[in-house]
Design a binder for this molecule. Sequence first.
Ligand SMILES: [Zn+2]
Ligand SMILES: [Zn+2]
Length: 385
Amino acid sequence: MVFCKNAVNSTRLFIETREVILMSYRVPGIVLEKHGQPPSLEQVVVHEPGANEVAVRMVASGICHTDLGAVRDARAVPILLGHEGAGVVEAIGVGVTHVQPGDHVVINWQVKCLKCRWCLSGRQDLCENVQATAAPRVYWRDQPLNLLLNAGTFCPIAVLPAMGAIPIRRDMPLDKAALLGCAVATGVGAALYTARVLPGQTVAVIGTGGVGLNIIQGARLANAGMIVAIDLDDDNLRLASAMGASHTVNSRQHDAVKTLRDLTQGRGMEHVFEVVGLSELMAQSIDMLSRGGALTLVGAAARDANMQFAPRRFMSQQQTIQGCIYGNIRPNIDLPLFADWYMSGALKLDELHTRDVRLEDLPDLFINREKLRGIRTIIQFGGAA
Ligand SMILES: [Zn+2]
Ligand SMILES: [Zn+2]
């Protein structure tokens, strides 16, 4: 165990056993106890990292739709929420060599095994053995807590498998870096890696929240031609223009399918991204596709949702529907790359970061969700950086 020298401002418990001294942190965390109820601020106990694990002192964590959706469909409760964040390495377990205490890191919530058939064949995005810590490290009421996406960043200390903490350059502000770990990774990755948008291609993005805006940004980085943002909210659409959309459509006022056809002399779009997660919108998206067009499903549909469509055109017009999780990124390569892009001015993040809150504000925000309108609400933990 190696600890950060300046890690002094947390309460630590020392639990002596016969052979070892275990160190743990008693800290607040946002816990969802039961489905359908808002989460609450609870005291949790976080144990030190084991071998090949890292403890991160969180500096900032974004509130993502997956956190909100967990209230409805988290796989297991009780669960500690939060998965998008950045912070400073607090402690490392035996065998960790890629970071040292004090390093600045982005949380990677999909740690690949690098051993399975998919990882070994160059498709680590398909890893069938995504890693968690070797044993539970967070306890509530003396019981192990589940962690959302093996992360649990709505807590001042997160313990992760080693590659759950990806080091980035120190001159990148950590509250901006937090966004790299989910919204940017998923959105920019969807455009660049899943759909592989090419220069000049036509792109439509349905739903311009944090992820949708980053798909627009990814399409801009790919030098796409026409980039059309579709949403019900004019404020979001204004942001979409700032992120690189060449056209915007408020689908409350205009028929989106007809508008896209009109914009392309009837051809439709080479890429359509559905980022809302509604099967009706997914089915409608098919009517937006050009010959050879690809529909990329990024929004998380309800687990029991179904979709109906006429499949014939996929044969005759050589179209594609594909799924996308975490933007098919390679976290250890792409998260530091995205940090470089932000620092060089290529990646826009300041426009996405709309509001700072404290951890204790979360239960109320989960109840009064209209307060989360705007793009990304960031929990600032204070201290570090
Ligand atoms: Zn997320
Ligand atoms: Zn694997």
